[in-house]
Design a protein around this ligand. Structure first.
Ligand code: PLP
Length: 379
């Protein structure tokens, strides 16, 4: 099997699994309990929080553990809206956000919010000018993703943060694709809230966090006990959180090296596909893109058909987003980037990890060339 769908999820790293195991079987105490077994769990949570805070240049008490990226996005948007109601009801986001953000926005619109959805250019970048023009006296939040899951484009975080700060508006970023892959400094980028997900950087599924700047007051998401400083109640997922932090620590440690390996393979794959397959069109920004991310549109084919044929040859890829499969329409991200509906149906995404090899990529290019040719001839 050749796995090229790391933007959908990653393999939990062996070291991460190893770090988690004792917290299932040996140190299973409730972190809220008084006795030694409980404090073992409590200490693990403290260490995990510190590790994650360190990777962002944040404070430990600014990290809230959640069950993943979707929850973090929902929490950030809904809680800011609730907390800032008296100040205004206007939120600015983009047309290419993940559905965790877009559908939260739709929900808030039904509850009185007014949302501006910024356009993107053909590379998937928002316009800072359009962002500035969209700001109103009642704007309470700007939520722009760090890097896009479908086309890999990295948005200008520092510039967006600067604009938000100048206007005294909170800035949230869905950094699920970026965290653990790109350097992030919440201070320098003026980020007030940031969502991340463990399973996108070799951590366990169902784990994640929301960073909330200490100056920002956020209402509770889940009511109950005093866990997560009373903002996200429920017995902590100690093994999951330990795994999340282990993956975060590992990612921080070898980020530069991994990014270099991945982007070298990414560029090789892009080059070979464009060489071998006529009409292959790269989607997203050529340079400002995630290290392991290669995405294309192939004229005259259905992405889904190509995926099935790739799978028959043991190759795992995606047509864009795992979360939109089952949704027959072309991707909202590709349409926002101005790609015609017909072309957008032929989208394929290959996302690498450092575990991939150039030999694997050669196999994929060969297989893909045959599949695209076959599908194009059918029409
Ligand atoms: C995967 C993903 C999410 C959702 O994260 P989960 O942990 O799977 O809920 C949100 N945003 C982006 C950009 C993603 O890629």
């Amino acid at each position: 099997m050749i796995y090229l769908d790391n933007a959908a999820t990653t393999r939990t790293a062996p070291g991460v699994v190893e770090a988690m195991l004792p917290y299932f079987s040996e140190y299973y105490g409730n972190a809220g309990s008084i006795y030694g077994l409980g404090s073992k769990s409590k200490r693990a949570l403290i260490t995990a929080r510190e590790t994650i805070a360190m990777t962002l240049g944040a404070q430990a008490n600014e990290i809230y553990f959640t069950a993943g990226g979707t929850e973090s996005d929902n929490w950030a948007l809904k809680a800011v809206y609730e907390s800032c109601r008296s100040k205004g009801c206007h939120i600015i986001t983009s047309k290419i956000e993940h559905h965790a953000v877009l559908h939260s926005c739709k929900y808030l619109e039904a509850h009185g919010a007014q949302i501006t959805y910024l356009d993107v250019d053909q590379d998937g970048l928002i316009s800072l000018e359009q962002l500035k023009r969209a700001i109103r006296p009642d704007t309470i939040l700007i939520s722009i993703m760090f890097a896009n899951n479908e086309i890999g484009t990295i948005e200008p975080m520092e510039e967006i943060g600067e604009i938000a700060r100048e206007h005294g508006i909170l800035f949230h970023t869905d950094a699920v694709q970026a965290y653990g892959h790109l350097p992030i400094a919440v201070d320098k980028m003026h980020i007030d809230l940031l969502s991340a997900s463990g399973h996108k950087f070799h951590g366990p599924k169902g784990t994640g966090f929301l960073y909330v700047n200490g100056r920002t007051k956020l209402s509770a998401l889940i009511h109950g006990g005093q866990q997560e400083r009373g903002r996200r109640a429920g017995t902590e997922n100690v093994p999951g959180i330990v795994g999340l932090a282990a993956a975060a620590g590992q990612a921080a440690l070898c980020m530069e090296e991994r990014a270099e390996t991945e982007s070298r393979m990414r560029d090789y794959l892009i080059e070979r596909i464009q060489e071998k397959i006529p009409g292959a069109q790269l989607t997203g920004h050529k340079k400002m893109r995630l290290p392991g991310h290669a995405s294309f549109c192939f004229a005259g084919i259905q992405g889904e058909s190509a995926l099935i044929m790739l799978d028959m040859q043991g190759i795992c890829a995606s047509s864009g987003s795992a979360c939109t499969s089952g949704d027959p329409g072309p991707s909202h991200v590709l349409l926002a980037a101005g790609i015609p509906e017909e072309t957008a149906r032929g989208s394929l995404r290959f996302t690498l990890s450092e575990e991939n090899t150039v030999e694997e990529l050669d196999v994929v290019v060969e297989a893909l060339a045959g599949i695209v040719e076959k599908l194009q001839r059918r029409i």
